[in-house]
Design a binder for this molecule. Structure first.
Ligand code: NAD
Ligand code: LMR
Length: 365
């Protein structure tokens, strides 16, 4: 595989018995620490706007940690090859200490070879006035063909995050056409919606967003998603308090709050004439970081994962659930009370996902 290691980025490293050791530097601890092996991270659609926001975050350690070296694999299509090369040039110019190599290619096999993490952003974004279903036929066929490249060439146990819309259904198609990738390794991004819900609560209560936790996004990354605050809390000097009690306005929480989060993607498109990018890239980092490094004690996050029938969500859909992560594995949070209002919303978004699944298969036949 052609791989360029940015000049000067291996200084201070030497090979010893197949492992890399760091020379003691003036400010380093007396006992030299073992440098970690680089993790290979694939970003498809890397010349696009999410890609442009995402690759520097990964190279800076936002996704995998400040001590984790990475090798970036960037894929785009031939018309974007020159722009992709420009992104690669900028990565070299940024001299990121953690970045140990860059593979920039339009060859899907080269891009997928040996990757440990795959962030699938490549595809056609929704434009103003388009519904997500309009981008379905273009995108599901991409995910069908990239499924086999990942299945055959990625590292064993590669973790896959699908960002491109329709994210849940693209992830489902990828799963179905890559049968040897364990279903627990395939997910889609609803962390952006989760973060949007945290942001709305924090603005409404005028509290730090980092003090709000355990909102839930149920279902599809679409306008049928259900942002649920029934179990969410805010850290206060007097302990953790339920969001519902602190807000004290059920009409807002059951109405405007939900529609604001559901429609936030469309609102960004209306304002920017482009879909969200920096927040999507940041959420993709949050998603992978928590999956790989674990969620904090007592905190859950939302991930689109393969339904096992929990909460009576039909099995066989990629559906967003509250999950906790530990040792690289996610687990759906069980036993949460679902009231009648919520039940209807969980079912409605499941219904849309079943319809999308049918439509996706009809686009592929
Ligand atoms: N899940 C989420 O929360 C979320 C949020 C925002 C955007 N999105 C979606 O993410 C996707 C990317 O958005 P963007 O704004 O970066 O779009 P963009 O058009 O700026 O970039 C997409 C890139 O994908 C490339 N591409 C197209 N087909 C490809 C293929 N077969 N293989 C590899 N690359 C390919 C394009 O050339 C382009 O560079 C869109 O589908 C968008 O709707 C999802
Ligand atoms: O809604 C969209 O198409 C854009 C994106 O998925 C978003 O949520 O910002």
């Amino acid at each position: 595989m052609a791989e360029d290691v940015p000049r000067g980025q291996t200084s201070g490293l030497t090979k010893s018995s197949g492992t890399q050791r760091r020379f003691p530097l003036p400010c380093s601890p007396a006992i030299p620490t073992m440098a970690k092996e680089p993790v290979r991270v694939l970003v498809t659609g890397a010349a696009g706007q999410i890609g442009y926001a995402l690759v520097p975050m990964i190279a800076r350690g936002v996704m995998l940690g400040a001590d984790q070296p990475v090798i970036l694999h960037m894929l785009d299509i031939p018309p974007a090859a020159e722009a992709l090369n420009g992104v690669k040039m900028e990565l070299v110019d940024a001299a990121f200490p953690l970045l140990k190599g860059v593979v920039a290619t339009t060859d899907v096999v080269e891009a997928c070879t040996g990757v440990n993490i795959a962030v699938m952003v490549g595809g056609f974004p929704r434009k103003e006035g388009m519904e997500r279903k309009d981008v379905m036929s273009k995108n599901v066929s991409i995910y069908k063909s990239q499924a086999s490249a990942l299945e055959n060439h990625a590292a064993a146990n590669c973790k896959v995050l699908v960002v491109a819309n329709p994210a849940n259904t693209n992830a489902l198609i990828l799963k179905e056409f890559a049968p040897s990738i364990p279903e627990k390794n395939i997910s889609c991004l609803t962390r952006l919606d989760h973060n949007r819900a945290l942001g709305q609560v924090s603005e409404r209560l005028n509290v730090q967003v980092s003090d709000v936790k355990n909102v839930i996004i149920w279902g599809n990354h679409s306008s049928t998603q259900y942002p649920d605050v029934n179990h969410a809390t805010v850290k206060t000097p007097a302990g953790e308090k339920p969001v519902r009690g602190l807000v004290g306005d059920d009409a807002w929480l059951n109405g405007e709050f939900i529609t604001t989060v559901q429609q936030r993607g469309a609102a960004i498109i209306k304002a920017r004439k482009l879909s969200s990018a920096l927040s999507a890239a940041s959420a993709a980092c949050d998603h992978i970081r928590d999956w790989v490094l674990g969620t904090p004690e007592g905190t859950w996050v939302s991930m689109g994962v393969y339904s096992d029938g929990s909460y009576n969500v039909p099995a066989g859909l990629i559906y967003s659930f509250p999950v906790t992560c530990c040792a690289g594995e996610w687990k759906i949070v069980q036993g949460l009370h679902i009231d009648e209002f919520s039940r209807k919303k969980l079912d409605l978004t499941a219904q849309e996902l079943s319809e999308e699944k049918e439509l996706a298969y009809s686009c592929l036949s």
